[in-house]
Design a protein around this ligand. Structure first.
Ligand SMILES: [Zn+2]
Length: 77
């Protein structure tokens, strides 16, 4: 079962990237968060690597489709 990227609990969810997901409870929490709330920033921090991962895999797919010259999607660049 995939794990929620925010609360780290195993979750059954439709929001999935690879082996990670966001559980319904966390999704609700995110949606109901007030941007003024400190927890909102904390949540964004947790989601950042997740978003990066999504973008990275998407980028790889694009590069693979375009040509065989595969980029390594290196975060240290
Ligand atoms: Zn969760």
């Amino acid at each position: 079962m995939p794990k929620c990227i925010i609360c780290n609990k195993e979750t059954k969810t439709e929001i999935l990237v690879g082996e990670h997901g966001i559980c319904l409870q966390c999704e609700k929490t995110i949606l109901s968060l007030d941007p003024e709330n400190n927890y909102y920033a904390e949540m964004l921090n947790k989601l950042r690597p997740f978003a990066k991962m999504v973008l990275c895999s998407f980028q790889k797919e694009q590069e693979n489709a375009a040509n065989s010259n595969s980029g390594d999607c290196d975060e240290t660049k």
